[in-house]
Design a protein around this ligand. Structure first.
Ligand code: TYD
Ligand code: MG
Length: 455
């Protein structure tokens, strides 16, 4: 087969060049050229005819005439994985799993494939580990090994040829950075290679109905290595996260065409592989002997579950002209805004203080329900007064100093009551209709000034 001549395309402006250079000749951007296939499709290659058939005529149809036959998710046998996938594995879907090296991506997929193997034919393609290494791991984890099909290959054309023959219902590519297409000269892992290989795999998934898991490495900055287009091409993007030293692993849904985003799956890494944590609501709570100042427990909602997390703050006199505003697990601008509200509506000056806020356990909170907990933690540290025992809180704070309700208030309160919390400070609009429904002393507040009086 004659190699298709590749070209170099600018990632910024889309300019095309026959040769690589450090600067784009059209828009002047530096280091933005990457190898890609020419946009004119090459003459049809008989080798791809198995799956790349464009023989089917496109037609316009009425939405009502289309039956969504294959959009039902197939349970993977791992409840927490089903949760982040939006109910299960959808045939023909492509799922990208990103995460740091050693976080457990290969372990999770090996476990799931081995369990799924009894119901769905599968193919585990590894470009990172040898079949012997994988077999050893499966043996150590005591996984059923009869139904797991392994392939050590990195050439995407050969992978697809074999897959077209094997016809698996689920396929794992571990990892997308190790596979390459013959049509480009650049090294595996380069932007062009990742994009073109992924494009071929996505095309295969859509045409054959095979569900594909792509394992992706992340860069030092924490983003998926390779082009951002990878995230646009696939149906679902999952991120594997975990704190070094902690056994807990979180899988977060970043994008999902078949379910909700921001869903969270929780696992624990043990010496026998990844174990599901199906009731994770209190795993991030640290147990202090006695109440310390600057610490408060909030109920956040990650995906469809309430989660109890501790918010800590440290307020310290600043030697700097521009005092520090440092947040971990929260948005920094939000903290600056809350401090401004605290000054303007509460009369509490923070301009001479460094303020640090941290969410314990490496959890990231993106919802506004963290406003009230942050303000309480900051106040507690500023005055060096611990908050009452067994107190939980949540609520949004507006610029006018008003306390605004957050979704699912009662569910949050119930979860806190279940874990033995006795007091709550919440937005008045989140008060349960009948007070005896939850066995707690609940203060509903409407304005920031009421908080200051209360504690
Ligand atoms: P792995 O799945 O290879 O990570 P990734 O594919 O994301 O790079 O995970 C390897 C890590 O998990 C390694 O540091 C050892 C740890 N581990 C356990 O603690 N227990 C186990 O049973 C297994 C299989 C791995
Ligand atoms: Mg791996």
């Amino acid at each position: 087969m004659a190699k298709t001549k590749s070209e170099y395309r600018c990632q910024e402006c889309g300019g095309r060049f026959p040769k690589w250079s450090g600067q784009c000749g059209e828009c002047g951007a530096w280091n933005s050229l990457s190898e890609s296939l020419p946009s004119v499709p090459p003459p049809r290659n008989p080798r791809f005819s198995g799956y790349a058939g464009s023989a089917r005529q496109s037609e316009v149809r009425n939405l009502a005439d289309i039956s969504p036959e294959l959009q039902r998710g197939h349970p993977t046998g791992t409840g927490e994985l089903d949760r982040v996938l939006g109910g299960g594995l959808v045939p023909g879907s492509v799922v990208l799993i990103g995460g740091d090296p050693g976080i457990g991506k290969s372990t999770l997929l090996l476990q799931s494939m081995a369990q799924l193997g009894e119901q769905l034919s599968n193919l585990y393609v590894s470009g990172e580990e040898s079949p012997e290494q994988i077999s050893l791991r499966a043996q150590r984890l005591d996984l059923p090994r009869h139904h797991l099909r392994l392939l050590a290959e990195t050439n995407v054309e050969r992978i697809l040829q074999i897959a077209a023959h094997e016809q698996p219902r689920v396929m794992v590519i571990d990892s997308i950075q190790t596979v390459f297409t013959e049509q480009l000269q650049s090294a595996p892992g380069s932007v062009g290679q990742v994009r073109e290989s992924a494009a071929q795999l996505v095309r295969f998934a859509k045409q054959s109905g095979t569900a594909i898991f792509l394992v992706g490495h992340v860069t030092k900055e924490g983003a998926l290595a390779g082009p951002r287009v990878l995230e646009h091409m696939v149906d679902t993007v999952l991120y594997f996260e975990g704190e070094p030293g902690s056994p807990f692993r979180l899988i977060r849904t970043i994008k999902n065409r078949f379910g909700a985003v921001n869903e969270l799956g929780v696992f624990a890494m043990t010496d026998r592989g990844l174990k599901e944590v199906s009731n994770p609501s209190a795993i991030f709570l640290s147990r202090h002997r006695e109440q310390v100042s600057g610490s408060v427990v909030m109920v956040t909602r990650e995906g469809s579950r309430p989660l109890l997390v501790e918010v800590q703050s440290l307020v310290d006199e600043s030697p700097l002209a521009n005092p520090r505003r440092v947040t971990l697990g929260l948005e920094q601008n939000r903290l600056s805004m809350l401090l401004a509200v605290l000054h303007r509506h509460g009369g509490i000056p923070m301009y001479g203080q460094d303020v640090y806020v941290n969410v314990v356990g490496g959890v990231r909170i993106s919802e506004t329900a963290a406003d009230l907990p942050v303000v309480l933690a900051v106040l507690s540290s500023y005055r060096d007064q611990p908050l009452p025992e067994r107190l939980v809180t949540f609520g949004e704070i507006g610029l006018a100093g008003e306390i605004r309700p957050v979704p699912n208030g009662q569910e949050r309160l119930r979860e806190a009551a279940k874990h033995g919390f006795k007091r709550a400070i919440v937005p008045a609009a989140n008060l349960p209709p009948k007070h005896h429904e939850v066995e707690m002393e609940i203060h509903g507040i409407e304005r920031l000034t009421e908080v200051l009086e209360l504690i």
